[in-house]
Design a protein around this ligand. Structure first.
Ligand SMILES: Cc1cc2nc3c(=O)[nH]c(=O)nc-3n(C[C@H](O)[C@H](O)[C@H](O)COP(=O)(O)O)c2cc1C
Length: 362
């Protein structure tokens, strides 16, 4: 996918997620083949006010890898200044959040509330566009609409492009849906059809497997897919998607040893990049993600609440992986293989799967 002059490969992005897509999580996804990661949404006002907590979340990817910064607000000057800050840390693109349904955000008439004020939203895109050098695209992420009676994603997307947006992401739920029900493929398809061909449209919502990815691409014609919750504890999904797009055989779910190794890599990244007082909390989340669906993981999650010392929690989790491996190897152990944890992965060229038309795959 090309966003203005920016090449993204493979055609899959990590969704911005507040309190999730911090630098360690983004790095893990990058190391597993995601095409681009984006910071969680950052308040333009808070950044401008120099709020330490918000500034700490404005982080460049490690190793010079490309990344996006997502900002939100409704004041053009604040958004423009926040865009400067994103540029100064080397962001490859600046995304404006127009989809957040959270009460505190909507109460301030930001996030998805902007879908009810397209002209004001256009002003924000223009302000951010004017603040950035031409090589940094401005992009917009929004929802299907405010509610079922106001499904204005296609018109809204076109208005944002007219104001200067170079890529649109649509999460196919309305604001009133929050995270309930299903993300609509139809509204994503209609938005794709409405936009000029050279503007990439990213489909988002409920993609948790390679099959979901393929369905989203085929049924909507979108140019790439953004994945949020499906990546929690499953960065291997990006590896499979990348392999599939390159017409290679997707490696499929990880072995237990791989899970343990990536968990420990995540922990290592936290040691360097997560503030000391947040580490135990972030560790508990990681334990839950990487052990989800494994035998006795609920017991481990309970145990993970007790330790106050990160080293103890890491040791308990590492031991869990080792013991589970031993149980699987022992003759009396459960005859369960790792593949039972996640859906089996389709082979490339599987005739039962829909295939991307050459135009979509290109
Ligand atoms: C915990 C959490 C935090 C989120 N934070 C953001 C955010 O900061 N910015 C944003 O645009 N969307 C945010 N979202 C929405 C996701 O980016 C995405 O649109 C939504 O989860 C649907 O995609 P999925 O089904 O792949 O998770 C968040 C979602 C979750 C679950």
């Amino acid at each position: 996918m090309k966003i203005a002059h920016l090449d993204i490969e493979p055609d899959v992005l990590l969704a911005p997620m507040a309190a999730v897509t911090d630098l360690p999580f983004r790095t893990i996804c990058e190391e597993h083949g995601v095409g681009l990661t984006i910071t969680e949404f950052l308040s333009a006002n808070a950044l401008c006010a120099g709020a330490k907590k918000e500034l700490a979340k404005l982080t460049a990817s490690i190793g010079g890898r490309r990344f996006g910064v997502q900002i939100f607000g409704r004041e053009p000057e604040a958004l423009a200044l926040a865009a400067h800050m994103a540029r100064d840390i080397g962001a490859s693109l600046v995304d404006i959040n127009m989809g957040c349904p959270a009460k505190r955000v909507v109460a301030g008439l930001c996030g998805s509330a902007l879908m009810r004020e397209p002209e004001l939203a256009q002003g924000l895109v223009r302000a951010v566009r004017a603040a950035l050098p031409p090589e940094i695209p401005v992009t917009v992420k929004h929802r299907a609409g405010w509610d079922d009676r106001h499904l204005n994603a296609p018109e809204f997307a076109c208005a944002m492009v007219e104001a200067g947006a170079a890529m649109i992401t649509v999460h196919g739920r309305t604001r009133t849906q929050g995270f309930s029900g299903l993300s609509s493929l139809d509204i994503i398809k209609r938005t794709r059809a409405a936009l000029p061909r050279h503007i990439p449209l990213v489909g988002n919502g409920d993609v948790k497997t390679l099959e979901d990815y393929i369905r989203m691409r085929v049924e909507t014609g979108c140019d790439a897919v953004m994945i949020g919750r499906g990546a929690l504890g499953n960065p291997w999904l990006f590896r499979d998607i990348r392999a599939w797009l390159r017409a290679e055989t997707p490696p499929g779910p990880p072995s237990l040893a791989e899970r343990r190794t990536v968990f420990l890599r995540h922990v290592d990244l936290m040691r360097t990049h997560t503030p000391e007082k947040k580490i135990i909390h972030e560790l508990r989340k990681a334990v839950a993600w990487y052990t989800k669906g494994l035998p006795d993981s609920a017991v481990l999650r309970d145990q993970a609440q007790a330790p106050k010392d990160p080293a103890e929690l890491i040791a308990v989790t590492a031991r869990y992986f080792v013991e589970l491996g031993e149980r699987r190897r022992s003759p009396g152990g459960p005859a369960q293989c790792d593949n039972s944890v996640t859906a089996p992965v389709p082979e490339t060229g599987n005739p039962e799967l829909p295939t991307l038309s050459p135009a979509v795959a290109a």
